[in-house]
Every structure is written in C-alpha cells, then in structure tokens.
Design a protein. Structure first.
Length: 136
C-alpha cells in the first residue's frame, strides 16, 4: 500500500489532522517556553562599594599540658559517666547549669555520654588519622 493510498483511506484521513495538531501544540509550547524563559529571581550578586569580606583562619596555638590533662580527666569521668564526683569538680559552673552535686551524681547531666570502652578506640583511630600512626 502506498503512502498516497493510505492517506486517502478512513484511518489515514484522521491521522494527518491529529498529527498536524500535535505538531502545532508542541510548537506553541516550545515558543512559549523560549519567549517567557525563566521567570525566577536573579541569582546575580548585587554590586557593592564596600571591601570584600575575606576569611582569615584563627591562629593555632599549642594546648597547654595542664589543660590537656584536665580535658582528658573530664572525658574519662563526665563523658564516660565514671566517677561523677570528680567530674563535678572539673566542670565549669556554667556547664553545671545550677545543678547541685547530688543532682550531678545521678548521671543526668548536660554532657553527651560516650561509652568508656569506645573512648580508647576513638583515640587510637584519631591518632592514626590525624597523627599518621597506625591504630593498634
């Protein structure tokens, strides 16, 4: 069957106008999208006469040995929830949030808990990652 004979039959006569209508609708949609474009807000930064804000990293200073010792004791006592009486003495009054020593000793304290057995593992992993040694 040739193309000419197909278009002259009943189904062929309905296909041509339908196909033409679909092409027309697709063209109208494409034109509308291209003409209207993006109607969103501009992402361009406004210009300013003020100098740019430049990030300057904080100066790194070595941690005092006494401070490291106190921090280590606090982690092993308050964070691990072992020997809370000692951790109460190490905690700053702002950290205690007005809690009495008796309240502190219940263990319901404003310090995130971390299991003591995992502290040593975390320390070894940290040493391996940041200090270049191998975890054992």
């Amino acid at each position: 069957m040739s193309a000419r004979s197909h278009l002259s039959t009943g189904p062929g006569r309905r296909t041509v106008p339908l196909l033409s209508g679909l092409v027309l609708v697709a063209g109208i949609v494409a034109f509308t999208v291209a003409w209207l474009g993006d109607t969103g807000t501009s992402l361009e930064s406004p210009l300013s006469n003020e100098p740019a804000q430049v990030y300057t990293p904080r100066k790194q200073v070595p941690l005092d040995a006494a401070a490291r010792t106190v921090a280590g004791r606090f982690i092993l006592t308050a964070v691990a929830r072992q020997n809370l009486a000692e951790s109460y003495a190490l905690a700053h009054p702002e950290l205690r949030q007005g809690m009495t020593k008796r309240e502190w000793l219940t263990g319901n304290i404003p310090v995130v808990y971390y299991p003591a057995k995992q502290i040593e593992t975390a320390r070894r992993i940290r040493s391996a990652v940041f200090m270049g040694s191998s975890p054992s």
